[in-house]
Design a protein around this ligand. Structure first.
Ligand code: BES
Ligand code: MN
Ligand code: MN
Length: 456
């Protein structure tokens, strides 16, 4: 394929363009960055136009814009919808970055910047492959529709309505998403499952204001202590089982065959443990690490606060305690019902000496398991094999991309999760990077895939 030569000979320019994309601090959760989020959308618009796409548009929403466009129609060829996101997570804590998060730094063949792997670097793969097809053969061999959003990192609140409103324009045969990772540079994989997500915030209120812990201590409950007790009641500390009534009711069970297949993937618990830095692994009893991450739900306290946290001692009996809790879900758990069950349980176990309020957050999404054998998936598995030299493993990942379940629900189409990140890319953390060898292989794989889909 001549496109592969084109990509190689334009590599330096492409990397400069990727640096420009990564220099835009498009942090979707921070209102002070709203202008930067717009600038990142404009960058995508301009790139898509340069790649020869038609009807390229930046659609405003109540939040950040959605960018769409499509290639020149090819009669009789299948239609692929490509989804990605140009927004990024906040870069804090800044002091832990070796080089500033929005000044991309190339070290040892890896580009370091916030969003390098999640997801700008991976979106960039498509921008350049489309450019290559446009430059080399005047158009793409299949019909490509592009949908790039700016709110993935805040749960895509405006994309579901957008999808429903533009159902006809976005009609396709298959969806293609590169926003996950492979097992390793020499251990290619395609993701066939993502977890869902739901979250709540809980406040425990004791006295109406902070009290002297000597004058009142022993006579009034301590809300921080009560909150901890309530959290323990939600998850068994020994077995890791979640104790919220009904929590596991809809969990799709793994068949013996599913478990055998998962166990085939190369995984080493000790290596995995050492990469995390934890002194030992811990998870739900009766399941392997791979199963705990890919196929079992979790209950995770993301943050907890209250009382005095400054220097030295303060003998205070605090009036409030707070916790943020998120739960990763698996098919067929319903995020809304799980959040409601959690709220109900927390209120039920609240002792009479405190008041408990629970708010359900809007960051929600269904888990998804994708069929590994439909025709376009076969083409993708083949494309990976051609470029990586070995057939991809099929993995269940623990992260969430909330919109993917909606591609099935609204568009009635399956998604191929063809990610090119690596497990040590440090998504959402300081010193996020994207390995440029994965950029190269990603471009090659996508070029083969789009080419081969035309004749599949
Ligand atoms: N790209 C990630 C999801 C991901 C990461 C999937 C690694 C598989 C492996 C995505 O950008 C993300 O961070 N999603 C959030 C969703 C949330 C903000 C609604 C997540 O998983 O926490
Ligand atoms: Mn992402
Ligand atoms: Mn992310």
């Amino acid at each position: 394929m001549q496109e592969l030569d084109y990509l190689e000979s334009n590599r330096d320019r492409h990397i400069e363009e990727l640096r420009a994309f990564l220099s835009i601090p498009s942090v979707s959760t921070r209102s002070e960055h709203a202008g930067d989020v717009q600038a990142a959308a404009d960058f995508v618009v301009q790139q898509l136009r340069a790649a020869g796409l038609e009807a390229v548009e930046k659609h405003s929403t109540p939040g950040h814009p959605v960018v769409t466009g499509h290639t020149k129609p090819v009669a009789g060829a299948p239609t692929v919808l490509i989804y990605g996101h140009y927004d990024v997570q906040p870069a804090e804590p800044l002091e832990l970055w070796k080089t500033p998060p929005f000044v991309p730094d190339l070290r040892d063949g890896k580009l370091y910047a916030r969003g390098a792997a999640d997801d700008k670097g991976q979106v960039f793969i498509y921008l350049k492959v489309l450019e290559a097809f446009h430059q080399v053969r005047g158009g793409c061999p299949v019909n490509v529709k592009v949908l790039i959003e700016g709110e993935e990192e805040i749960g895509s609140p405006n994309l579901v309505p957008f999808l429903k409103a533009h159902k006809k324009e976005l009609a396709c045969d298959v969806v293609l998403v590169s926003d996950t990772h492979m097992m390793g540079y020499d251990t290619p994989s395609i993701t066939v499952g993502l977890r869902g997500l739901t979250s709540v915030e809980v406040t425990v209120q004791g006295a109406s204001g902070d009290l002297h812990s000597g004058t009142y201590g022993g006579s009034v409950a301590n809300p921080i202590q009560v909150l901890c007790e309530m959290l323990v009641a939600c998850k068994n500390p020994r077995t890791g089982k979640i104790l919220i009534p009904g929590f596991y009711d809809d969990v799709r069970r793994l068949s013996a065959q599913d478990r055998r297949k998962l166990a085939e993937a190369p995984h080493d618990d000790e290596k995995f443990r050492s990469a995390t830095g934890a002194p030992a692994l811990f998870g739900e009893k009766g399941f392997s690490t791979i199963e705990r991450i890919g196929a079992r739900p979790t209950f995770e306290v993301n943050g907890i606060w209250g009382g005095y946290m400054g220097e030295g001692l303060k003998t205070v009996l605090p009036s409030q305690a707070h916790a943020k809790i998120s739960m990763r879900l698996v098919p067929d758990q319903d995020p809304q019902s799980i959040a409601k069950a959690t709220e109900a349980f927390l209120k039920e176990i609240a002792p009479p000496h405190v008041n408990v309020t629970v708010t359900r957050e809007r960051n929600q999404g269904d888990a998804i398991w994708v069929d590994a054998d439909f025709p376009a998936m076969q083409v993708a598995r083949d494309a990976v094999r051609k470029v990586f030299g070995t057939a991809p493993h099929l993995t269940l990942e623990g992260g969430s991309i909330p919109i993917v379940a909606n591609f099935k629900k609204v568009l009635r189409r399956d998604t191929i999760l063809l990610g090119f990140g690596l497990p040590d890319d440090r998504l959402h953390a300081p010193n996020e990077k994207f390995d440029l060898r994965m950029l190269d292989r990603g471009m090659k794989t996508v070029a083969h895939l789009l080419n081969d889909l035309a004749t599949a």
